[in-house]
Ligand binder design. Sequence first.
Ligand code: MN
Length: 207
Amino acid sequence: MAFQLPPLPYANDALEPYIDTATMEIHHGRHHKAYVDNLNKAIAGTPLETLELVPLISNLAAVPDAIRGPVRNNGGGHWNHSFFWQLLGPGKGGTPSGALAEAIHAAFGDFDTFKTKFEAAGIGRFGSGWAWLLVSEGKLHIGSTPNQDNPLMGKEISGVVGHPILAVDVWEHAYYLRYQNKRADYLKAWWNVVNWDFVSSQFAAAR
Ligand code: MN
């Protein structure tokens, strides 16, 4: 069973004005679709075709040298974007509550300090990549990865440790049409569409 592009959980225009319709159409319909198509192409005719996505990208050492790069980039791209769409939603934003809010306060002092540090991780990622909020041993920390690498790939590959509960895409394709080179403005606007209920569910599962 080949991997498939999951439908967006909302309409392309649902995240306006923070993320524009054209960006969503291209980001989901072309960029994410290309990761899915290229992942399927890379593993076609190999025993890896029978694996689910998470086991596949969590054990890249088991992927043959010849296709490890394409599986890393496109498998990572497929997982990262599938996760990212669920983290967002129309009419969201605001602040987290409950156990997640407590953990953010414990790790960062207060919510605004957390936001500033998370934005800094996104701004500081040179070129293309992602910023992450991660859980390890019940505690929160922030990390970032280049390209389509992600924490599931392990520390040796991704450079970060922990279970991801929040992520932001800082590739230019995620923001360029509306924000051009102003990544910091995109990151500030992005908080308005974060679905904290979903992030909380990921935090509960990770603990
Ligand atoms: Mn992207």
